[in-house]
Design a protein around this ligand. Sequence first.
Ligand SMILES: Cc1cc2nc3c(=O)[nH]c(=O)nc-3n(C[C@H](O)[C@H](O)[C@H](O)COP(=O)(O)OP(=O)(O)OC[C@H]3O[C@@H](n4cnc5c(N)ncnc54)[C@H](O)[C@@H]3O)c2cc1C
Length: 324
Amino acid sequence: MLPEFNYARPATLDEAVRLLAAPGARAHAGGTDLLGCLRDGVFPAATVVSLSGLAELTGIRKALDGGVVVGSLTTLSELAGSSDLAARFPTLAAAAAAAASPQLRNQGTLGGNLCQKPRCWYYRGEFRCARKGGEKCFAAEGENQFHAIFGGEVCFYVHPSDVAPALVALDAVVRVAGPAGGRSVPAADFFVPPSRDYTRETVLAAGEVVTEVAIPAPPPGTRGTYRKVRARGAWDFALAGAAVAVKVAGGRVERARVVLSGVAPVPWRVPAAEKALTGRPLTADAAPKAAAAAAEGAQPLAENAYKVELVRGVVEEAVLALAG
Ligand SMILES: Cc1cc2nc3c(=O)[nH]c(=O)nc-3n(C[C@H](O)[C@H](O)[C@H](O)COP(=O)(O)OP(=O)(O)OC[C@H]3O[C@@H](n4cnc5c(N)ncnc54)[C@H](O)[C@@H]3O)c2cc1C
């Protein structure tokens, strides 16, 4: 059952920021994650602040630099269904299309997808784990088949978003409004690894809200895709996924981004795989080399060594798709 809370639906962004700066306030976009967290007692809310009255946070528009700006209230369905995004930012469109179910994509928003809470069953369950103020990560020695093989250290949840790795691969910038004004944060710096602070998932401070995400224009010769493996063919979070974006010039890869999902507490960029692709022709031969590099340094837990092979497979598949 949902606990009691106050509910506000501000008509302006300034008002939303003011309300969200109060202790215990929580932003409500589509509610697909927030309401489950409140119902399950993952955290309390004194006030739920609906963003749904803020029309300026909706929609996809072209930026002056040829890039695109996506409002934080844009639904995942809109991202997945945009013909402009599919043509110019296929990594993002494919990632949005791979997230959750059609119903959840119709309701879930870009901002909510980036700020959703960990899906770790200890965090979501009745365990006072480190992330909830306790002393240990129960997954480290517990049921950890869906947990991290990279970057876990003190907390081994995996970042649940499919969209976030795509945005990191595209060098997107997250724009934020808050009590101290607006600021822009590269998507690569927006997520906080547990080694830095295991009590938070993003750099957002109290009262700060994601307003939009800006993605720079893709340079000529850019290709991209998102591949994901899940436990079943229906809706599900990634066991492992890969957002890959490359710029090909003169028959060779000039620049590569390989960012993994489902295997680390933040979207996990793999410079070794990017290096394996860069400077070489984008052929089928490149795929296994990038795949092997992507899995280097993995530190599986007792029950999730299978993810190392999934990483290899998903990166190989993504590079093969781009090689054509
Ligand atoms: C069964 C199921 C399967 C799923 N599968 C996938 C999947 O495969 N891949 C995937 O990527 N996701 C998956 N999800 C997650 C889903 O995509 C998210 O729940 C959704 O995107 C959240 O968006 P929302 O608008 O509903 O957010 P809300 O539930 O409204 O908010 C989520 C969190 O973000 C905060 N928040 C929301 N908007 C903002 C903002 N603009 N600024 C700051 N904070 C904000 C809220 O306070 C809350 O803490 C799944 C969810 C479910 C329930």
